[in-house]
Design a binder for this molecule. Structure first.
Ligand code: G16
Ligand code: MG
Length: 219
């Protein structure tokens, strides 16, 4: 039986992708790399430095900069991103998410956060969910990002639960692969084709309820 839920942040709890996109787009322009929708989508769940590598590669510029220059560009993007997310409020929590979290906690489930974002604690503060997530995997301590299972394995460990007792909630295919690799129940939020590897799929967060999850698992 499930005893814990491990949450992704961007695309599940709130939508920071548009702000990541804006800040990366600005940097891509500066680097002379053409910004495309598919490039933007490919950055979902990908770490900051890996995102920069993907952008440079898209422009054939992966060998043009030193490590220090890359860090400086990533820092510049993050400074812009922080300005954009500073206006986030509790109204930016996706529909039904707070109700789902309240229901989980009221029923004795434990929850943790498995976000690739180093800014997760800041975002949680802005959207009023810091008190809900006292257990957060620190992405700076990971050796590999999603789709590697490490972040979801750690998400269960910090709950003191075996993976079989945990479900992970994700909007990205790489995240679903990470949950499956960690031998946890995978719940995908979004497009059924894109997330076909998930055990359970909901098109929107508003459908994220224990009753709906139980109904899907019984199938
Ligand atoms: C999020 C976003 C990614 C972003 C990554 C790192 O992951 O989906 O686009 O690149 O965090 O963010 P930061 O630059 O803030 O450390 P997740 O795992 O919450 O979906
Ligand atoms: Mg995500």
């Amino acid at each position: 039986d499930l005893k814990g839920f491990i949450f992704d942040l961007d695309g599940v709890i709130t939508g920071t992708a548009k702000f990541h996109g804006q800040a990366w787009h600005q940097l891509a322009d500066e680097l002379g790399v053409t910004w495309t929708e598919s490039l933007a989508n490919g950055l979902k769940g990908v770490s900051r430095m890996d995102s920069l590598e993907m952008i440079l590669k898209a422009g054939g510029k992966e060998n043009d900069y030193t490590e220090a220059e890359k860090v400086a560009y990533a820092t510049k993007k993050n400074d812009n991103y922080l300005k954009l997310i500073s206006n986030m409020t509790p109204a930016d929590v996706f529909p039904g998410v707070k109700e789902f979290l309240d229901d989980l906690l009221a029923k004795g489930y434990v929850i943790s956060l498995a976000s690739a974002s180093k800014n997760a604690p800041t975002i949680l503060k802005h959207i009023g969910l810091s008190d809900y997530f006292t257990k957060i995997v620190d992405p700076a301590t990971l050796s590999k990002g999603k789709p590697d299972p490490e972040i979801y394995t750690r998400g269960a460990e910090i709950l003191n639960l075996p993976p079989e007792a945990c479900a992970g909630v994700e909007d990205a295919a790489a995240g679903v692969a990470a949950i499956n690799g960690a031998h946890e129940t995978s719940i995908g939020i979004g497009d059924a084709n894109e997330l076909s590897a998930a055990d359970i799929i909901f098109s929107e967060t508003s459908a994220l309820t224990l009753a709906n999850i139980e109904a899907q698992m019984a199938k």
